[in-house]
Write a new protein. Sequence first.
Length: 463
Amino acid sequence: MNPADGNVIAQVAEADRGVVDDAVRAARKALHGEWGRFGFRERAARLHKIADSIEERFDCFVAAEVADTGKPLVLAARLDVPRAAANFRAFADLIKTAGTESFQTETPDGKSALNYAVRKPLGVVGIITPWNLPLLLLTWKVAPALACGNTVVVKPSEETPATATLLAEVMKDAGIPDGVYNVVHGFGPNSAGEFLTQHPDVNALTFTGESQTGAAIMKCVAATVKPVSFELGGKNAAIVFADCDFEEAVNGISEAAFFNTGQVCLCAERVYVERVMFDRFVDALKCKAESLRLGSPLEKSTDLGPLISSQHREKVLSYYKVAPEEGATVVTGGGVPEFGNGLDNGFYVQPTIYTGLPESARCVKEEIFGPVCHVAPFDTEDEAVSMANDTKYGLAASIWTTNLKRGHRVAQQMNVGITWVNCWFLRDLRTAFGGAGLSGIGREGGMHSLNFYSELNNICVRL
């Protein structure tokens, strides 16, 4: 379905258990074929070719991503597709320079030994990706997995199947041997997702998505103790101090709350603002939210597209309904926009700001995953830290202050995987990325990705 107008844009073949078996078998065969004989330099060269091929088909990837997700074309062209190419280049370059530890060891008899490690692929890696940043998050996992010599079986979200399939064509164009990259489509339970996670010949699984799905996957792999890497949900906090750069903070929080229609696991749904500037900040954020233009993803002036599906819109609207019942003041939004054209059949909601909720409210505790935030005042630094950390999630946070001592101090107290100071969504692909608590297990990015997607075999040689 095209989320912008509700029209059917494609029919997708659902993989049954036999198709998943075929994909895993092809991946296993490729490990022992031409791909398995490639050294890291040859793999890196092929990854660069993949990046080049993505850029050669740039417009095709943008069109597919926009049609699947409904996100503005300018956003897909600025972020999703360029990052896909960048992911392959980053890990291609990293695998060529990544080292391993070595130690010269003194033995009890006065002689010595040399310990060194070699990096080997895990084998067949199952990759399950979400619908919010389909191509970006797919390549974030595929690139390091291939760099380390693995083969992959990919199960994209049933909502966004197109770019994973386009990437298969790119793999072929770039000279990636058959069986290295495989795509199976379908749903989760009793479908391709479950068949992949249960498959005995899959050596590791990586997943980005909802925390409950991550828990279900853990149960599937527990018996075989497969390595897993999970980047799950978040209920992220932002702390805005009175000494912030006011305009910078308003713009930053607006982006953190409403970017990609709030459908980013890193978005800030809880905003804590120092009381002395609370009213002024809420008024400014309200103006910012109301200036955002909802419209067709194909128009350059569009800031926000639709939510991904009618089902997800019903979920978000259920929170829009419950918030006033919990005592929220609706600062702006809280409903569905009207266009007077075909977009009324799409899955749009208004960007929404609430105040006045207790910290125990569902809308403060539960991830909504839409263009919505709750803004609450605080009086002291300790109070702000306590409220920000009062969650079962632990993915991201942002701190807004011109006092860099405070910025460092508060950032280090956040129980999350990534904290931004005076920015949001700024990423260095070499750094650790992941969450704590219900937000995930493990870290990816840079060497963290290489270490997950490979086995380190320590070799001890007595000299």
